[in-house]
Design a protein around this ligand. Structure first.
Ligand SMILES: *Cc1c(COP(=O)(O)O)cnc(C)c1O
Length: 387
């Protein structure tokens, strides 16, 4: 056996032994959370398609129309010939909804973060990031070669202590947080972080992948409590509640112009297919106009947490931390046998010892299914969750 084969086989065996090997399962998704896996129909409580817009007739229609008109692919980078006319409409709409001067759309949320951060920040600079930030914020931070300091999750005092200790001596400073944390479903203190950032001349960047379309009437985590927090860099994805694919940054005109000329993951990659951009426009229109739809994912999450005496949810993501990977995997398997698709989230996605079931609730989940799920989950509830 050559060294490559020996290396990967050894690694795989080790991961398997620790219940940490990941594998793909073929999954077909249909409207209203119905999924088919291994020939079995299950109701999914683990999609990020929070408003079920990926199957909305208007969204699908928009994708088909744009595909017929402009083709299945965009043909080149946006800076070459890939900038089809739908991009401007999408960026204008995003900027208006987020109340910024401008917006720029990338190929995905991941590409957005690994593009923005090293465009703005370099090796003389400082980045402060919440401990539970999404992996792609850390990936972008590493690409920037800036000094990276991590503050304890949602701990403003720790963030300020790090600013006090390290801000002086660094040219620029970026503060990174998820708006809604992807694996815990809780909100960042965005307005307080904005104030802290201003005090220390730092630039706050929020990743609102799980906020857009779900919290603050769909406008996202910068708008919690009704007023707009001063967040100069509002990033998010079109792949979750919007139901399609792509990422975005909403910011000032100058920042957006700068990113378009600097971000390598914008410049050296092909533009999104026209159908995806058109679908996102249609989905955002629904998010902006259908307030009842936007309210439903969190309402459904609340039905579940109340049935189990868990704390009220801050978003439509509800974690149930079970500890070891095997425990979470066994719970996930048991739920699958009862017709519920709920994924076990294991390290390194979450910290060691916090393997969990991560439930996500969508607009189209039926109350009786949520109640049946709560009944099925009750036996796994850890003792620490007892009221
Ligand atoms: C999913 C996610 C991303 C990545 O977005 P994609 O469009 O899926 O690449 C970025 N940040 C957070 C917090 C996410 O949950």
């Amino acid at each position: 056996m050559d060294s490559l084969e020996r290396y990967v086989r050894g690694k795989l065996a080790d991961l398997e032994a620790r219940s940490l090997k990941r594998a793909l399962a073929e999954t077909a998704r249909f409207p209203a959370g119905v999924t088919e896996r291994d020939g079995r129909e299950m109701i999914s409580f683990c999609c990020n398609d929070y408003l079920d817009l990926s199957h909305h007739p208007k969204v699908i229609e928009a994708a088909i129309d744009a595909t017929r008109r402009y083709g299945a692919g965009s043909g080149a980078s946006r800076l070459v010939t890939g900038n089809h006319p739908l991009y401007a409409a999408l960026e204008t709409r995003l900027a208006r909804f987020k109340e910024t001067e401008a917006a720029v759309v990338f190929g995905s949320g991941y590409l957005t973060n690994i593009g923005i951060i090293p465009s703005l920040i370099g090796d003389e600079d400082l980045i402060l990031a919440d401990d539970l930030c999404h992996a792609c914020l850390f990936a972008g931070s590493q690409l920037s070669r800036a000094r990276l300091e991590i503050f304890r999750h949602n701990d403003l005092a720790h963030c300020e202590a790090l600013l006090a200790a390290h801000r002086v001596g660094h040219a620029r400073c970026l503060i990174l947080t998820d708006g809604v944390f992807s694996m815990d479903g809780d909100l960042a203190p965005v307005a307080a972080l904005a104030a802290l950032a201003e005090k220390y001349d730092g630039w706050l960047m929020t990743d609102d992948a799980h906020g857009l379309g779900v919290v603050a009437g769909g406008k996202g985590s910068s708008f919690i409590g009704g007023a707009k927090a001063r967040v100069p860099l509002q990033m998010g994805t079109l792949s979750k509640a919007v139901g399609v694919y792509g990422g975005y940054l909403c910011a000032s005109r100058a920042v957006v112009d700068f990113i378009k000329t600097r971000a390598r993951s914008f410049i050296y990659t092909t533009g999104l297919p026209p159908g995806s951009v058109a679908a996102s426009i249609a989905a955002l229109e629904l998010i902006e106009t259908d307030t009842a739809l936007v309210a439903r994912p969190v309402e459904n999450a609340r039905l579940f947490t109340r049935a189990l005496n868990l704390p009220d949810p801050e978003s439509c993501i509800v974690p149930l931390v079970l500890g070891e990977p095997e425990t979470a995997l066994a719970a996930s398997r048991s739920l699958a046998e009862q017709g519920f698709l709920v994924i076990a989230i294991r390290p390194p996605t979450v910290p060691p010892g916090t393997a969990r079931l991560r439930f996500t609730f969508t607009a189209e989940h039926r109350k009786e299914d949520i109640m049946r799920l709560a009944d099925a989950v009750r036996p796994f509830r850890p003792a620490s969750a007892e009221p």
